[in-house]
Design a protein around this ligand. Structure first.
Ligand SMILES: [Zn+2]
Length: 237
């Protein structure tokens, strides 16, 4: 399982695929038995194809996916499908079934879902782990779409004592803003590899995740230099 610190890492699309050992271009992957969790890719960028959002409880409302584009058909005018033309479940369908089964009590545990968020073209970050607890089929004005309801998971679900404080997570909007402000480079040395979101004032010392003023891009090398300082501090005092 990913550690919370991994949530601040910035990875390329190829690294994301390597971590999950599978192609992810469709953005929704239901767990297949070998994997203990499902995967959803989300975006809150202005150019996002789907309308993913967080409600006031910090729950992710994830929009289902459209029919595949075919000649002469605008996928945005067609109901999002539960089944493929061949009669098998689409990923919408698999997530839908899991959410309904959880709601009705047919399955005791909600489906565990790992969510990645898009920061820029080819640039991604872990949003976190969620439980799929509900789904609704709603009209967007033109056709019916799915709205999957996902609740963030606390650390104790993975047999750890510590709960993950919700405000430790850096909101998607802050991640995108910091990426644009720092132009995809380490603010200390300008490196473009091995980047992550760094808290200027560490979270453990009361620093916030919720404003871009306390978050910056740092490469692994510069971060190590920073943590060496903290190590010395811990050692001698
Ligand atoms: Zn650096």
């Amino acid at each position: 399982m990913a550690r919370v610190e991994d949530y601040d890492k910035i990875i390329s699309y190829h690294e994301m695929v390597a971590i999950e050992k599978m192609p992810l271009q469709r953005g929704m992957v239901f767990s297949d038995g070998r994997r203990k969790y499902s995967i959803l890719l989300m975006s809150q960028r202005k150019d996002a194809v789907y309308n993913d959002e967080f409600d006031s409880n910090g729950h992710l409302i994830y929009e289902g996916h459209d029919v595949r584009a075919e000649q002469g058909i605008d996928p945005k005018t067609v109901d999002q499908p539960l089944e493929t033309p061949a009669g098998t479940w689409t990923e919408n369908g698999k997530f839908y079934k899991a959410a309904m089964n959880f709601k009705s009590g047919l399955r005791r545990e909600a489906e565990l879902v790992k969510v990645y968020e898009k920061i820029d073209v080819g640039v991604w970050s872990i949003k976190g782990f969620f439980q799929l607890i509900d789904v609704k089929r709603v009209s967007d004005g033109k056709r019916n779409v799915f709205k999957f309801h996902l609740r963030p998971v606390l650390r104790r679900v993975f047999n750890r004592v510590e709960e993950m404080p919700f405000n430790r997570l850096i909101p998607s909007g802050v991640k995108v803003k910091v990426w644009e402000r720092d132009r995809g480079r380490c603010v200390r040395c300008g490196a473009t590899e091995n980047l992550h979101y760094d808290h200027d004032l560490p979270y453990a010392k009361g620093g916030t995740s919720l404003t871009e003023k306390n978050i910056r891009l740092l490469c692994a090398k510069c971060n190590l230099a920073k943590s060496d300082r903290i190590m010395v501090f811990v050692y001698y005092f």
